[in-house]
Design a protein around this ligand. Structure first.
Ligand SMILES: *Cc1c(COP(=O)(O)O)cnc(C)c1O
Length: 364
């Protein structure tokens, strides 16, 4: 059997959830499990968190259907809302909550043939300019929703922050002020905070917080944030470890190149190991030579280009190493944020890009 596998510790995700709760003890937590729970397995993660959170969030209806079909019973908010009339009807039927981000989506709910009232959240564009109603549209939307039998009474006003991961950016305060100014006259529950805001912007904490990335144990401020804070992760523990083994070792003479393009060339006698992990498995193809990999728990460097199913690492400095020795690509001892930084991307992309080619083992 190929030695490459991901191990997900569900207990770590529950512990990280408690950390999110400690940051904002007065807020309810909606666990964001879109994109297959950031690559961790949405059904398994939802099963493990069900007893600990009142609701989940996913991006679109198909993701919610998959969870319901698997027996997940908590309400599931669909962050992009109903994409068609059938989505709106299904929401009432299956206890999906709908984000309404445009007038068109409001109309869709108002005219839907629903078996009962749907719970809706109203997405407000306070500056990210991706989705959401303008503040000037809210009076009309709230009035129409309140007058409709298709809609449950208490609606939540929601916005998404564009730069919550930048600790001093003025935009976050401005976005919060825009939403709170409107809400103060209307007594509506609010939802603002993602992971970065939960950790860094107490003024964003509201009725509902929506943590995603931090639940999986990674710092949403990225590798730079991790370094700068001096407190690597506020106690967050990465839930996934991507591991493998060395499958081959060879000695290179000065001038010998490695892999496609022979891009990395040995300057001295070098011992090079091959690992069965590549971009088809979700390892970032743009990871540069020098990207850290743990072999026997020791840091070594990726060398040469990432192939579809293999990478090479420089083992020259290791005293003892042989075929079959254990490898960690990222996980508890090597932050996925750090790997991402060497690949010009973010940990979010690496985790959510996992394809299913690598088997996942779950630990309680
Ligand atoms: C993905 C998402 C979140 C979670 O963001 P994290 O940075 O992963 O915590 C929260 N709210 C919305 C609307 C999202 O799309």
């Amino acid at each position: 059997m190929r030695p490459t596998k991901a191990t997900v510790r569900l207990g770590a995700i529950r512990d990280n959830l408690e950390i999110a709760r400690q940051f904002a003890p007065d807020s309810k937590i909606m666990a964001v499990i879109k994109a297959n729970a950031y690559g961790h397995g949405a059904i398994e993660v939802a099963r493990s968190l069900q007893a600990h959170v009142p609701a989940f969030a996913v991006a679109f209806a198909e993701e919610a259907v998959q969870l319901r079909d698997a027996g997940i019973s908590r309400p599931i908010l669909i962050l992009q809302g109903a994409s068609c009339d059938a989505d709106a009807a299904e929401a009432a039927d299956r206890d999906f909550w709908l984000m309404l981000h445009s007038r068109q989506q409001v109309e869709r709910v108002l005219r839907a043939d629903v078996p009962g009232p749907v719970r809706v959240w109203i997405k407000v564009d306070t500056g990210m300019h991706r989705l959401g109603l303008a503040v000037s549209e809210l009076d009309g939307v709230c009035a129409d929703l309140s007058a409709s039998d298709n809609v449950q009474r208490e609606q939540v006003l929601c916005t998404h922050l564009a730069v919550a991961d930048e600790l001093t950016h003025p935009m976050t305060r401005q976005q919060v002020r825009t939403l709170r100014d409107y809400a103060s006259g209307h007594n509506l529950p609010l939802s603002i905070a993602n992971s970065a805001a939960i950790m860094s912007w107490p003024e964003t904490h509201a009725s509902w917080n929506r943590p995603g990335y931090m639940l999986y144990g990674n710092d949403p401020h990225g590798f730079a944030g991790t370094e700068a804070s001096g407190n690597p992760s506020h106690g967050l523990v990465p839930a996934m470890t991507m591991s493998s083994e060395i499958i081959s070792i060879r000695e290179l003479a000065p001038g010998d190149g490695i892999g496609y393009g022979l891009e990395w060339v040995a300057r001295k006698e070098s011992k090079i190991g091959t690992i069965s992990m590549g971009y088809a498995d979700g390892y970032p193809r743009h990871a540069a030579s020098g990207t850290p990999v743990l072999v026997n728990g020791q840091r070594v460097s990726l060398v040469g280009r990432v192939s579809m199913g293999m990478i090479s690492v420089d083992l020259t400095e290791l005293e003892y190493v042989e075929v079959g020795d254990p490898v960690e690509l990222w996980g508890e001892r090597l932050s996925v944020n750090e790997v991402a930084a060497h690949a010009g991307t973010i940990g979010y992309e690496i985790l959510s890009g996992l394809t299913g080619r690598v088997p996942v083992t779950y630990l309680p």
